[in-house]
Design a protein around this ligand. Structure first.
Ligand SMILES: Nc1ncnc2c1ncn2[C@@H]1O[C@H](COP(=O)(O)OP(=O)(O)OP(=O)(O)O)[C@@H](O)[C@H]1O
Ligand SMILES: O=P(O)(O)OC[C@H]1O[C@H](OP(=O)(O)OP(=O)(O)O)[C@H](O)[C@@H]1O
Ligand SMILES: [Mg+2]
Length: 283
């Protein structure tokens, strides 16, 4: 049995649970139960405060975990990182009051800054040659300038709406973060085998999310051009239509190139283009 630690409730929770379910793992979760066992995979899930997850994984209390890179690096445990998961993307930024004067980071020399990430902030300030007075607080950081607790804040930003609501202006990016899978460094053979199985499934889920299945009809004369646009996993599938001189082509396209390719397919003579999500993608 492998033990996975995820955040009990917060910005990482929903996507962490979704990823485990997309890996085909079933379990019953209730908000009051802090531990559950999967019914179809040798996995136990612990629901914890995110700040505690890196330490528990480092000590072997949990074998693997899902946490934000900001927390992992703040705690000096980045060596545990195994895989970027692509969700809970955010940044750690410096912000000052909307009306405050600010030229560059040297403006913060000698000022006080409130944050929950003193190590990441200190490292950033040191790299810029700036000395400031860091006030470590555990939450509601954005309130600090308006109550006279600090001149600036260094906190997590995503949409920026929390900063705006609190009369603050983002001025520097200190660190960029996303959720990562972390693992204890001495898992042993059996747990390592289970981790590899989980990684294999996660990769299949991630690849599928980045791809679309495309089905289209085209006159046979357009096939050579369309084949060049649709390399697919190996090459597109071509099936003759009941109507003489026409074929159906099936292939996989990368989400990033998707609109560009669709435009070119239309120009090449494709018709009746269907785009279908892919659930899992292997190999
Ligand atoms: N607005 C956001 N958008 C995207 N990701 C975010 C956002 N805020 C935080 N995160 C990411 O999610 C992680 C958890 O954020 P959350 O605000 O839920 O933490 P918390 O309040 O410290 O929770 P806990 O109660 O578990 O200690 C952060 O460390 C960061 O990596
Ligand atoms: O830029 P935004 O999209 O507004 O997001 C940023 C906010 O999100 C997080 O807090 P959260 O809402 O998770 O609450 P918390 O302070 O209780 O952790 C973070 O600490 C910021 O306050
Ligand atoms: Mg926390």
């Amino acid at each position: 049995m492998i033990r996975l630690a995820i955040q009990k409730s917060g910005r990482l929770s929903e996507d962490s649970l979704k990823l485990i379910r997309e890996c085909g793992i079933s379990f019953i979760s209730t908000s009051s139960k802090l531990k559950t066992e999967a019914t179809n995979f040798p996995l136990e899930i612990l629901f914890l405060r995110d700040d505690d997850i890196p330490g528990y994984v480092a000590d072997g209390v949990a074998d693997i975990g899902i946490v934000g890179q900001n927390v992992l690096v703040e705690e000096g445990l980045q060596k545990l990182s195994v895989k970027n998961l692509g969700f809970s993307k955010c940044r750690l930024s410096l912000a000052v009051s909307k009306g405050a004067e600010y030229q560059d980071v040297t403006t913060l020399q000698g000022k006080s800054i409130a944050t929950s990430y003193p190590n990441l902030l200190q490292e950033f300030l040191t790299s810029k040659g700036v000395e400031a007075d860091i006030h470590t607080i555990s939450g509601s950081v954005e309130i600090a300038p308006s109550i006279g607790l600090a001149d600036a804040v260094c906190d997590i930003v995503s949409s920026g709406s929390t900063l705006i609501s609190n009369g603050l202006r983002e001025v520097e990016t200190v660190f960029k973060s996303e959720a990562v899978l972390i693992a204890n460094q001495n898992l042993g053979q059996e747990k390592n085998r289970l981790l590899q199985q989980l990684l294999f499934r996660m990769e299949a889920v991630q690849k599928a999310q980045k791809s679309k299945y495309v089905v289209l009809n085209a006159p046979n004369s357009a096939i050579p051009e369309i084949k060049k646009l649709l390399p697919g996993i190996k090459s597109p599938t071509i099936i003759p239509l009941a109507e003489e001189g026409w074929s159906s082509l099936h292939s996989v396209v990368n989400e990033d190139d998707f609109w560009d390719i669709i435009q070119k397919l239309k120009e090449a003579g494709a018709e009746g283009i269907l785009v279908v999500p892919i659930e899992k993608m292997i190999g």
